[in-house]
Write a protein that binds this ligand. Structure first.
Ligand code: HEC
Length: 203
């Protein structure tokens, strides 16, 4: 190889290595060509896309994609995730008739065992005790924020005769000024709480 060629190769080699070596490293990836090929656009599922990105033209027609501005599509109404059929609770909220119907139609699927009662107590103390109190007397700390005696005691005749299904309804949908626990507690936990509420009615 002629020495002039050697010099040209050497210069070209050192130029390339110095470019690579000097422009990348640490948190700096250096110069990227066609960066979309390495780093895909990270659309946020719930984000609003820019106006021009929301439409594509097809055969002279402008089609609006993501008309609601979200990247992620809303599931079809009443969609239930796989394995969560048990979450369906086919009783309308806020209706005395529906609460009574739940009382007639639903039975506690869990046997009254020490283990279920203990679990019920566990969930009750976390979720219900702040208002309903340790013994279900309606005297928890948060109860002070309600008008006096507004929160019913479980020892009252009205609550004592409430059917398990109606208790389950009240827990699931909430009732008047009590919030809903259907999204907080799984069905099994709600039925365990029903056992514990029954226990508090008597003890
Ligand atoms: C933030 C306070 C609060 C919490 C927490 C709370 N409740 Fe209540 N609860 C109330 C109030 C207030 C009422 C009275 C509702 C009304 O009639 O306006 C009530 C009523 C009830 C009733 C009677 C419903 C009816 O049909 O009359 C039951 C049963 C009950 N709660 C159970 C529970 C259980 C079980 C939990 C825990 C999973 C719970 N509550 C958590 C405030 C609360």
């Amino acid at each position: 190889m002629k020495s002039i060629n050697k010099v040209v190769y050497l210069l070209a080699f050192s130029a390339v290595t110095s470019m690579v070596a000097c422009t990348s490293g640490g948190e700096d990836p250096g110069v990227e060509y066609a960066p979309d090929m390495y780093v895909s656009k990270g659309y946020e599922p719930m984000s609003q896309l820019e106006e021009q990105e929301r439409s594509i033209s097809f055969q002279d027609t402008i089609l609006l994609i993501n008309a609601d501005g979200k990247t992620m599509r809303d599931p079809v109404n009443n969609t239930i995730a796989r394995g969560q059929l048990e979450l369906i609770f086919p009783y309308e909220p806020g209706s005395q008739e529906e609460k009574d119907r739940a009382g007639r139609e639903l039975k506690n699927p869990l046997p009254l065992t020490q283990a279920n009662l203990e679990k019920g107590r566990h969930y009750y103390n976390i979720n219900c005790q702040p208002c309903h109190g340790d013994k279900g007397m309606g005297d928890g700390k948060v109860a002070a924020k309600y008008p006096p005696n507004y929160i019913p005691t479980y020892k009252s005749d009205r609550i004592k005769v409430m059917a398990d299904g109606a208790l389950y309804y009240a827990i699931t949908h909430g009732w008047n000024f009590m919030g809903a626990y259907g999204k907080v507690l799984k069905p099994e936990a709600r039925w365990q709480v029903v056992h514990y509420v029954n226990y508090l009615e008597q003890n």
